[in-house]
Every structure is written in structure tokens, then in C-alpha cells.
Design a protein around this ligand. Structure first.
Ligand code: ZN
Length: 105
């Protein structure tokens, strides 16, 4: 049985990696989705096509509802990175939690 104050080195490393990610980068919960829709203008090319204009959205869940927030083209790359960072953080939290669980076993 480990002493309470003792933190195994792999857990210490995992926690420090987690802190580094949180401190260093913006993060965003949700997912990036692309959707095509028609703009509604009669004189636009999309009026005659079966597909429409592709737009990028951040899909987030608020309570039980899903919300789509439009993302401009120039922000898409950043938004994707922020979402990926959020997932990295989640993964890292799960890892630390697992190590902590193993400490109480
Ligand atoms: Zn159109």
C-alpha cells in the first residue's frame, strides 16, 4: 500500500502533461461538421443543383439539445485543433483517473 502523499511517477508525468495541454492551448467541446444547404436565392447556382453550399459548424450539446454554431472558413483549422485539444485533455484525464484508481486498489 502506497503512502497517501506518494505519487507514482507515471501519474505525475500524466498529470504534468495534462496541465501543460490545459495551460498551453485553447480547447473546445463539440465536433466540427460540414453541411451543405441551399442559400435560397433564385439566381444562385445552387437553385438548380441537388447539393448546396458547404458550410462548417461546431456541433455542441447543451443539455439534451444539439446546437450548431457556424464557423467561418478562416477559423475552421483553429476550431478543429481546439476540438482535438479538448479530446486530448479528456483522454489524459481518463489516464490520470485510471492511475489514481490503481492507487486505491
Ligand atoms: Zn446558393
Amino acid at each position: 500500500m502506497n503512502h497517501r502523499g506518494y505519487i507514482p511517477s507515471r501519474e505525475r508525468q500524466a498529470r504534468s502533461k495534462l496541465a501543460k495541454i490545459i495551460h498551453g492551448k485553447p480547447f473546445l467541446q463539440g465536433s466540427i461538421v460540414k453541411r451543405a444547404s441551399k442559400c435560397g436565392k433564385d439566381n444562385c447556382w445552387c437553385a438548380k443543383e441537388s447539393i448546396g453550399h458547404t458550410a462548417c459548424y461546431l456541433s455542441i450539446r447543451i443539455g439534451k439539445k444539439r446546437k450548431m454554431i457556424g464557423i467561418s472558413g478562416s477559423f475552421e483549422k483553429d476550431a478543429r485543433e481546439w476540438v482535438m485539444t479538448y479530446r486530448q485533455i479528456n483522454k489524459q484525464i481518463a489516464r490520470v483517473s485510471q492511475y489514481c484508481l490503481e492507487r486505491i486498489k
